[in-house]
Ligand binder design. Structure first.
Ligand code: C5P
Length: 201
């Protein structure tokens, strides 16, 4: 089986961890599409026009180490509301999805817009409080000074912008399997995701 697997959901729901584990399990390639928007957001913060940044994006831009900061995450969600920016990033994602040997793409609109024909679609979610707690711990481990309330406000702001935008809003595809990771261990969440994909095969 060489599937395209679409994994969507909000920030810090466990999407990244699950996507990597699912890709490793099936021997598929993995694309974190959030990095595309983060790379464009990063360049916008540097004063580059977002559309210019999106059209000239190169694979090496996705390796930058500072793409994981909260500031870049917010910038990413601001450029992600611009339909022309989203359109400029479509070909790269399609090419990745069609590669031989199977692909896992994770993001916000993979099952709904980018790969509506994906053989398996998951929507991974968790309560805003649980997600903020996870992100807060992650940031503290990296030595970033912040408070839980700031992280929670950040998560809520980004959720609202991602869900309320007109272009490719974040929402589960009609045929997506929902996985709520609020009360699951990483191992259980990964097992549930793999089981959901196997079920589609
Ligand atoms: O997944 P990540 O948190 O890295 O994504 C950063 C931002 O990029 C999201 O908040 C969202 O606004 C945007 N994004 C998107 N569509 C995707 C992936 C990410 O709009 N497929």
């Amino acid at each position: 089986m060489a599937f395209t697997i679409a994994i969507d959901g909000p920030a810090a729901a466990g999407k990244g961890t699950i996507s990597k584990a699912v890709a490793a399990h099936f021997g598929y390639a993995h694309l974190d599409t959030g990095l595309l928007y983060r790379a464009v957001g990063r360049r916008m913060l540097d004063g580059v026009d977002p559309l210019e940044a999106a059209t000239s994006l190169m694979a090496r831009d996705l390796d930058a180490t500072d793409l994981r900061s909260p500031e870049v995450a917010q910038a990413a969600s601001r450029v992600a509301v611009i339909p022309e920016v989203r359109a400029a990033l479509v070909d790269f994602q399609h090419a990745f999805a069609r590669r031989d040997g199977g692909a896992v793409l994770d993001g916000r609109d993979i099952g709904t817009v980018i790969c509506p024909d994906a053989e398996a679609k998951l929507f991974v979610t968790a309560s805003a409080e649980v997600r903020a707690e996870r992100r807060f711990r992650e940031l503290r481990e990296k030595g970033v000074e912040t408070s839980f309330d700031t992280v929670l406000a950040d998560v809520r702001e980004r959720d609202a912008r991602d869900m309320d935008r007109a272009a490719a809003p974040m929402k589960p595809a009609e045929d997506a399997v929902l996985i709520d990771t609020s009360d699951l261990t990483i191992e259980d969440a990964v097992a549930a995701a793999i089981a959901a994909v196997v079920e589609k095969g």
